[in-house]
Design a binder for this molecule. Structure first.
Ligand code: ZN
Length: 339
């Protein structure tokens, strides 16, 4: 297993998230990067520090104005007298509000949909390094055939073309899938994070070269809400190429793996040249989000079934939050590829 990462991914280290009327500890701490790297190295045939790639590959899925906003927002924020220690929006457009203003606070709300993406001094560098890891892992996958693990942090699957969302800034898996599909043709992107890959779904909604499938908690009962329903099947140009498997809170190994096998059958019918996996580990029974009840063995089963497809597989880290079990969960997942 090739492991690709970049140390700048630890520079983003937000303190809080605002939830249930309280400031709670932010789930995406920099320690996740160190923990994932330490565990992944035990399963690595090779560990590579990704070369930083600049913004060009990002612009294959992201809006140029959004990328420039993220590049410059910290400096703009620091220039505001009495600004807080982290960039956090306090206002958002919603239905019937369709104009982007020039003022920073208005623009910040335009490019985000909640307070879950606090921005600090190192955030842009981390988001860029995270995307660069996905880009380099994709390039190596095309050269070597994989499997490859892109240690991406912050994660990416909630990031839309022009929207930070759910602790995500750049959609690393989408950037990798777009890069692979431009070079190889058909690519499948399977999202196993417990939360719906809403940003990824939106990015590939009308792309007939990318089949997107997501297994996640039913959006009627869990975040990110608003999308991820089973009747969302793709735009006119890609009808049938978006597959959502909403599952109930408390889903266990058996029900999950049955749904996963259905996803793999659909992937096989699409006949992709490669598979990208949005590899969240927060469906684990031991994850702090406490949504599904998957054992570590189930993660080994998932990766074993991915390996059995015989296709080049690129794993892109998404969620999965600090707990005493997190390293073992990643170990079981990477171990499922058999060395
Ligand atoms: Zn998640």
């Amino acid at each position: 297993m090739l492991v690709v990462h970049h140390p700048d991914e630890a520079r983003h280290d937000p303190e809080h998230v605002f939830r249930m009327g309280r400031f709670l500890p932010q789930p995406d701490r920099a320690d996740r990067y160190r923990l994932f790297l330490s565990e992944a190295c035990k399963h690595a045939s090779e560990v590579v520090e990704a070369p930083l790639c600049g913004t060009e590959p990002l612009l294959t899925v992201h809006d140029a104005g959004y990328v420039e906003f993220l590049q410059t927002v910290w400096q703009r924020w620091r220039a505001i007298p009495d600004a807080g220690p982290e960039v956090v929006p306090s206002v958002h457009p919603t239905q019937r509000m369709h104009r982007k203003p020039k003022d920073l606070l208005g623009e910040l709300g335009w490019y985000s949909n909640s307070t879950s993406c606090p921005i600090g001094e190192g955030t842009y560098a981390s988001a860029l390094a995270s995307a660069a890891s996905a880009v380099h892992a994709a390039d190596r996958l095309m050269a070597d055939g994989g499997p490859a693990y892109a240690l991406c942090r912050p994660p990416g699957h909630h990031a839309y073309r022009d929207l930070m969302s759910g602790v995500c800034f750049f959609n690393n898996a989408a950037i990798a899938a777009r890069r692979l599909s431009q070079a190889m043709g058909r690519v499948a992107l399977i999202d196993i994070d417990v939360h719906h890959g809403n940003g990824t779904q939106d990015i590939f909604w009308s792309d007939s070269n990318v089949f997107f499938a997501s297994l996640h908690v039913d959006p009627d009962f869990g975040p990110p809400y608003y999308a991820g329903y089973a009747d969302e099947t793709g735009g006119d140009e890609a009808r049938g190429l978006n597959l959502n498997k909403p599952l109930p809170v408390g889903t266990d190994d058996r029900a999950y793996l049955a749904a996963f096998d259905e996803v793999l059958a659909s992937v096989a019918r699409f006949a992709p040249k490669a598979i990208v996996v949005s590899a969240g580990l927060d469906a684990s029974a031991y994850d702090p989000v406490q949504t599904f009840r998957l054992s570590n063995e189930a993660f080994g089963e998932i990766s074993g079934r991915l390996a059995a497809t015989g296709l080049p597989v690129l794993l892109v880290q998404e969620g999965g939050y600090l707990s005493p079990n997190l390293a073992a969960c990643l170990g079981a997942f990477l171990g499922g590829f058999g060395g």
